[in-house]
Design a binder for this molecule. Structure first.
Ligand code: F6R
Length: 247
């Protein structure tokens, strides 16, 4: 894993946008799985600005939804698809036909998950995974403990994730308790991964991801065994006095 520590969130977002733009330039039809959550929003805004200046072309990407709450349709304000649509798909002009959804209201959820993994496989795997780090080390909604070969599936959210996600809607009661998540297996196999981490609240878990052993109890630490992983952290997350390792 490579680790890049930036001075602040703005620099983290610009550096992430640079990396994503390089991937898109080299492969305009790249298969990208893109997180919601707060951390990647600055990078997405930066990419949208570059698109408005015609500096990048994004409309031929294939975009995969990372996760979704169970029983929540796209019109629900809590929908992660809706969030992805507002923050990523619409500003980057990616047509719905080029998006692979995880439908939390599907009648056959097992079939939805199987079809998702088959579609990732048919695409040749993810060219790029843009991920955030959960306060408990989750990736997508791969909650601890998650085995490295876990498929795309229905999961129960941990109390920690429910509490953390309550900040998006202001009330823990609003947070659905179950979700669909892209599986650990397809995420760990991505050819390139950007793990974006910002803020002092992520410092302890980030150090477990980077310095600790690769264990299922910290799902993101399993990235240590994958190729092409870059962690982009700001100084608030990494700590100004921590040595930068990586490699
Ligand atoms: C979002 C997702 C989550 C978040 C993680 C960090 O689609 O899958 O794993 O990336 O919880 O969230 P933020 O960036 O809000 O701290």
């Amino acid at each position: 894993m490579d680790l890049i520590v930036t001075a602040d969130y703005a620099a983290l977002s610009r550096t992430a946008a640079d990396r994503i733009a390089e991937t898109i330039a080299a492969n305009p039809t790249a298969a990208i799985v893109a997180a919601t959550g707060d951390t990647p929003m600055g990078a997405y805004r930066e990419l949208a600005a570059r698109r408005r200046r015609d500096a990048i072309r994004t409309d031929r990407l294939r975009v995969f939804q990372l996760d979704e709450y169970l029983g929540i349709g796209p019109e629900d304000r809590r929908s992660l698809y809706g969030w992805m649509e507002r923050a990523f798909l619409a500003p980057l002009g990616i047509p719905a036909a080029r998006v692979v959804r995880l439908n939390g209201t599907a009648s056959d959820l097992a079939a939805t998950c199987r079809a998702y993994d088959e579609t990732v496989c048919a695409a040749g795997g993810f060219d790029l995974a843009i991920l955030g780090l959960g306060p408990n080390g989750h990736l997508g909604f791969n909650e601890p403990p998650t085995a490295p070969d876990a498929p795309t599936r229905v999961v129960d959210l941990t109390p920690e994730s429910v509490a953390s996600n309550a900040r998006y809607w202001g009330d823990p009661e609003e947070v659905p308790r179950r979700a669909l998540t892209a599986g650990m297996e397809v995420l760990l196999a991505a050819r390139q991964t950007l793990l974006l981490v910002s803020g002092a609240s992520k410092r302890a878990i980030l150090h477990r991801v980077v310095d600790g052993p690769a264990v299922s109890d910290v799902p993101a630490s399993l990235l240590q065994r994958s190729a092409g992983v870059t962690i982009l952290a700001d100084e608030a997350a990494w700590g100004v006095n921590s040595a930068v390792g990586g490699g």
